[in-house]
Design a protein around this ligand. Structure first.
Ligand code: 6PG
Length: 471
């Protein structure tokens, strides 16, 4: 049973993915640049070891795979991928396919697809979400490539993916870098979901004086309602956990300095390229950046007085907070899907919007019940912003007041809620028939003679600004 499949990179995600593939009945060759990692992986494979062919060298690895070969790369995104492709290049032949399953920047994937055009082998990029557990037992898979790639890899990717009501959480997003683009936006939304949950935690901890257990109780309760999702579930578990060293809440000993590997930042950068507003995600990325400036924050507390303060008793309750988070979440996804729609049009990708929501319903980090309704809404009203689609219009009508109350009450006490506030501002702007952008246009015309349009549609010569408008 010689494998047609291979996987390079037996780190946490690669090892889990290889075992998942083997478990679904596939023979697969595996390779890691450090041999001891391969040994440890094989020792951990148990009964699945029989389907795994470990290789010591890249040559041995490629030779162990029967052409046409499908080789999955699970190595760190960036130059390591290019390096790996370069090493494989002389060893591969016609019909071979290299599949980058890491968190590549979609522009890198586009470049690699272009560069492979003159090669014997083919290249495709797939976004894989779900962390170690997802990779092992069923991730969500956002594939990029053409129809032939999907025909070839689709059955395997569907088989190893998570399922929602028996439907595989794997689909072809579009050509080239489309899969990695969708994965990037997934991660941007992931950042925003996490940040908004953290903001409600801050309101509970700092504003309402909740101990970690009370926070855990609240997230557990929310996980039984419209917010039911993996991230709410793990937030409850995180809040419940005890520190093995002090015995106190685990959360209380974790430094408030958020890390990031860049996919959220990329989402914001690409949103700017596309001229689409995704302020909730922007705020989430900004909040991570600010969190890292611990020294400055401590200085700020000394110089200006420490924030936050506790909330006046009874000014907010968890039911209001829950509604605020529901509103924030809808607004965040409305922005994320709008960005996807914009990219789809800009790059002529024809992204399958409802399918994106469908394959996010399980396996991935942002999996949630609400995505099921989003999938339906995007199918029923393609091209419509989610806030104008059923049932989200009604949900927002119901929850927007709670979002406003949460943002204003928290802000009055100096509790920073940047993502929730950004969602609210976006929503307020989306219901403002006349924004102050007339002032921007007048300023532009004043200092740069950039012109403007009139509300009555009449000809619009430069404004009566005097000589300043002339240059
Ligand atoms: C996923 C995640 C994953 C990501 C981590 C860490 O969908 O499984 O998005 O791909 O790498 O969540 O991301 P940061 O280090 O940037 O927080």
């Amino acid at each position: 049973n010689a494998p047609h499949l291979g996987l390079i990179g037996l780190g946490t995600m690669g090892a889990a993915l290889a075992l998942n593939i083997a478990e679904k009945g596939n023979a697969i060759a595996v390779f890691n640049r450090t041999g001891s990692v391969t040994d440890a992986f094989m020792a951990s494979a148990g009964a699945l070891a029989g389907r795994l062919t470990p290789a010591r060298t890249l040559e041995e690895f490629v030779a162990a795979i029967t052409p046409p070969r499908s080789i999955i790369l699970m190595v760190p995104a960036g130059p390591v991928v290019d390096d790996q492709i370069a090493r494989l290049r002389p060893l591969l032949g016609p019909g071979d396919l290299v599949i980058d399953a890491g968190n590549a920047n979609y522009t890198d994937t586009e470049r690699r697809v272009r560069d492979c055009a003159g090669e014997a082998f083919d290249f495709m990029g797939i976004g894989v979400s779900g962390g170690e557990d997802g990779a092992r037992h069923g991730p969500s898979i956002m594939a990029g490539g053409d129809a032939a790639h999907w025909q070839r890899m689709g059955p395997l990717l569907e088989a190893i993916s998570a399922k929602y009501n028996d439907e595989p959480c794997a689909a072809l997003m579009g050509p080239g870098g489309a899969g990695h683009f969708v994965k990037m936006v997934h991660n941007g939304i992931e950042y925003a979901d996490m940040q908004m949950i953290a903001e409600t935690y801050s309101v509970m901890r700092d504003g309402m004086g909740f101990a970690a257990d009370a926070v855990a109780d609240t997230f557990e309760a929310w996980n039984r309602g419209p917010l039911a999702s993996y991230l709410i579930e793990i937030s409850g578990k995180v809040a419940r956990a005890a520190d093995p060293i002090t015995g106190g809440p685990m959360l209380d000993v974790i430094l408030d300095k958020a890390g990031q590997k860049g996919t959220g930042r990329w989402t914001v950068i690409e949103a700017q390229h596309l001229a689409v507003a995704i302020p909730v995600i922007e705020a989430a990325v900004g909040a991570r950046n600010l969190s890292a400036r611990l020294d400055d924050r401590q200085k700020g507390a000394r110089v200006f007085g420490a924030m936050p303060q506790s909330l006046p008793t009874g000014s907010l309750d968890t039911a209001t907070l829950e509604q605020a988070l529901i509103a924030g979440k809808i607004l965040c996804y409305a922005q994320g899907f709008e960005m996807l729609a914009r990219a789809s049009a800009q790059f002529s990708w024809d992204l399958p919007m409802p399918a994106i929501a469908r394959i996010w319903r399980n396996g991935c980090i942002i999996r949630s019940e609400m995505l099921n309704d989003m999938a339906r809404a995007l199918a029923e009203a393609p091209g419509e912003n989610l806030i104008f689609a059923s049932p989200f219009t009604a949900m927002l009508r119901e929850s927007a007041a709670a979002l406003r109350k949460t943002v204003t009450t928290a802000t009055a006490a100096g509790i920073a809620v940047p993502a929730l506030a950004a969602g609210l501002s976006w929503f307020d702007t989306m219901r403002t028939p006349r924004t102050p952008a007339n002032m921007i246009q007048a300023q532009r015309d004043f200092f740069g003679a950039h012109g403007y349009e009139r509300i009555d549609g009449k000809d619009a010569p430069h404004g009566p600004w005097g000589h300043a408008a002339a240059h």
